[in-house]
Design a protein around this ligand. Structure first.
Ligand SMILES: Cc1ncc(C[n+]2csc(CCOP(=O)(O)OP(=O)(O)O)c2C)c(N)n1
Length: 632
């Protein structure tokens, strides 16, 4: 279901383009006008609806030119990430759905093969496009099919090892793949890395201060020679073409005509401006990377509602205070300075701050190296992106018992960014790693205590917290150091008074605690904030098992293999027989919507939790408490 648009008039060309075939029937002279309409449509719609913004203003002409020059969907057009693919959605029959995108039941936030034939490859995580293109080009070769395969990747996306693995392979096989690099000199924040420096220097030698500047053609040729001569891409077996002005439809079409049927690996370097055509976004592309809404005339962003600070802010404040006390603390981000709450740290401790680019594997092993030398590295990372650094976490950090702190943001459902971004699996994939302590704090204050605790440990520790704000708790003052948590100790917040039979106990891992307290009153249930997923508080579990008829575990993580599973395993090992209800995320990919809507959909809001418990109490004969009884 998509919401109806409140589209203003003046979209004569865009209104007539329902598919890329319609686009290809237009005269080439109409494209700049169509680009204008698309840009205006994006501004009007996203001002109301929010979403990824500045990257999309930068890809309008490039998208037009690609669909115009290629025969999509027969030719495979693979966008990296997909946060810049809104213009592509506009041209592929999804214009009316843009307003409801990212909302429950609306269009997908990124790219989805289920949504459109034109989405050749699903995405959301960065730097996959070149590998996918390699696979599609190799398949075409094997099947004897004639089709073009084009990957569009940003200069930020190109900082990932994955992209280079693919370039290296394509070059070796000599596959017919066109890689279009959408170079706006930005990732979410400023792009980083030696390659970026190289491009900037080459452009500067040719007389330009920034790649954003518009250049006349002869100078572009000079830059092309500079960048091509001995360039990395040439040495990887690609023909380098460019740079091309990515806002000039005619220049783009001319370049695409030259390269689209060329044999072997081709690399087309396109220079774009993030935020193009909307002055506030051009001036501040970082602030306008993702927006919740803004004034389409002035650009004034919708102010966020007052309330408790977001967990990322709680973490960032904690980190600055901890770093001021302890010079061994260094922080690492894989290209997520803003989202991970590291802006202040980067400003206050520039020499102790490492933005490694979109390079999660490197981020984790870099931390391991720093820890070997006596520093206390903090890897600030989204749960879903840590998936990329899993072997490094096991092999480089945990196996060597190195004291790296993983500050894992976006644990659990994240809301509008959807299935690619939900941190649904971290508790499952972390708790099986030896030597690793795993803490899932239940509120902001507990989170700060958990982080303090991590610094007292001799080995690695993961502290995971969700997107958004904590429930209201007393604020931590400035540099105040909180008492660290006792390792593996839960806190019992409520004990059943035995008013209702059978007796129920909640074992809660993480921030869903606030959704349980009311339910616990209704059920007269006991409640423990478990805090530690590993090591578990065995005393609390044993005690609850002894005098309750049902244990309910609750977590904002996949129920498969998660914290509840840890409780089940332990009970079995102890041969304690007590009915357990495991509540958590289902064994399916959860789509997008608001976090509250999705939690309700998964039965993890207060009414849902109550319903599940009542159903279980009705449906099953519950055994006596497990005190001293074994399974045999
Ligand atoms: C593996 C992974 N890490 C981080 C992100 C978050 N992310 C989304 S877009 C983006 C910037 C990508 O930069 P670039 O490809 O140059 O695109 P631009 O926004 O500059 O157009 C990042 C870091 C992601 N989607 N995937």
């Amino acid at each position: 279901m998509t919401r109806p648009t409140r589209e203003s008039s003046g979209y004569a060309l865009l209104g007539a383009v329902a598919t890329p075939d319609d686009l290809r029937r237009l005269d080439v002279s109409a494209l700049p006008k169509l680009a204008q309409e698309m840009r205006r449509y994006l501004i009007e719609t996203l001002a109301r609806a929010g979403g990824h913004f500045s990257a999309n203003l930068g890809t309008v002409e490039l998208t037009l030119a690609l669909h115009y020059a290629l025969n999509t969907p027969h030719d495979r057009l693979i966008w990296d990430v997909g946060h810049q693919a809104y213009p592509h959605k506009l041209l592929t029959g999804r214009r009316a759905g843009l307003e409801g995108m990212r909302r429950l039941g609306g269009l997908a936030p990124f790219l989805s093969r289920d949504e459109s034939l034109y989405d050749a490859f699903g995405a959301g995580h960065s730097s996959t496009s070149v590998s996918a293109a390699a696979g599609m080009a190799a398949a075409a070769q094997l099947k004897g099919e004639r089709r073009r395969v084009v990957a569009v990747i940003g200069d930020g996306g190109l900082t990932a090892g994955l992209a280079f693995e693919a370039l290296n392979h394509i070059g070796a096989l000599g596959l017919d793949v066109l890689v279009v690099c959408n170079d706006n000199d930005m990732s979410i924040s400023e792009n980083v890395g030696a390659l970026r420096e190289h491009a900037a220097r080459a452009l500067a030698r040719a007389g330009f201060e920034a790649p954003h500047a518009r250049r006349p053609a002869p100078v572009l040729q000079q830059v092309e020679r500079e960048l091509a001569a001995g360039s990395l891409f040439e040495s990887l077996g690609f023909n380098y073409h460019g740079p091309v002005d990515g806002h000039d439809c005619h220049a783009l079409l001319a370049a695409l005509d030259r390269v689209k049927d060329a044999k072997g690996p081709q690399f087309l370097h396109v220079i774009t401006v993030k935020g193009k055509g909307f002055e506030p976004a051009e001036a501040e592309p970082i602030r306008y990377h993702g927006v919740t809404g803004f004034d389409p005339v002035t650009g004034t962003l919708v102010a966020s509602k007052p309330g408790p600070p977001a967990y990322s802010q709680v973490f960032g404040d904690w980190l600055c205070a901890a770093a001021a006390r302890d010079p061994r603390i260094v922080a690492i981000t894989p290209a997520m300075r803003e989202g991970s709450g590291l802006v202040d740290f980067a400003r206050q401790f520039p020499s102790r701050y490492f933005d490694v680019g979109i390079a999660e594997q490197h981020a984790v092993t870099l931390a391991a190296g720093l820890a070997c030398e006596g520093l206390r590295p903090v890897v600030a990372i989204y749960s879903t992106f840590l998936q990329r650094g899993y072997d490094q976490l096991i092999h480089d950090v945990a196996l060597q018992r190195l004291p790296v702190l993983f500050a894992i943001d976006r644990g659990g459902l994240v809301g509008a960014d959807g299935a690619t971004h939900h941190g649904a699996f971290d508790l499952s994939f972390l708790r099986c790693v030896p030597e690793l302590v795993v803490i899932a704090p239940s509120d902001a204050l507990e989170c700060a205590r958990a982080l303090d605790t991590a610094l007292t440990l001799p080995g690695p520790c993961a502290v995971r917290y969700p997107r958004g704000a904590s429930a209201e708790v007393a604020q931590v003052e400035g540099n105040e150091v909180l008492a660290p948590l006792e390792l593996g100790r839960a806190r019992v917040l409520r004990e059943s008074r035995g008013r209702r039979q059978p007796r129920v106990a909640f074992l809660v891992f993480g921030t869903l605690l606030d959704r349980v307290l009311e339910t616990a009153e209704i059920l007269d249930a006991s409640v423990a904030d478990m805090r530690f997923v590993k090591p578990l508080d065995q005393d609390v579990i044993r005690g609850f098992a002894a005098n309750h008829e049902l244990l309910v575990t609750l977590e904002d993580n996949s129920v498969l293999g998660g914290a509840g599973s840890a409780v089940n395993e332990w009970l079995l090992q102890q041969e304690l027989s007590v009915p357990v209800l495991n509540l958590g995320l289902p064994d399916r990919f959860v789509a997008h919507g608001s976090r509250d809507e999705l939690l309700a959909q998964c039965g993890l809001d207060s009414p849902g939790i109550l319903r599940s418990v009542q159903k279980r109490l009705r449906g099953r004969s519950l055994t006596q408490p497990a005190s001293g009884r074994s399974l045999s």
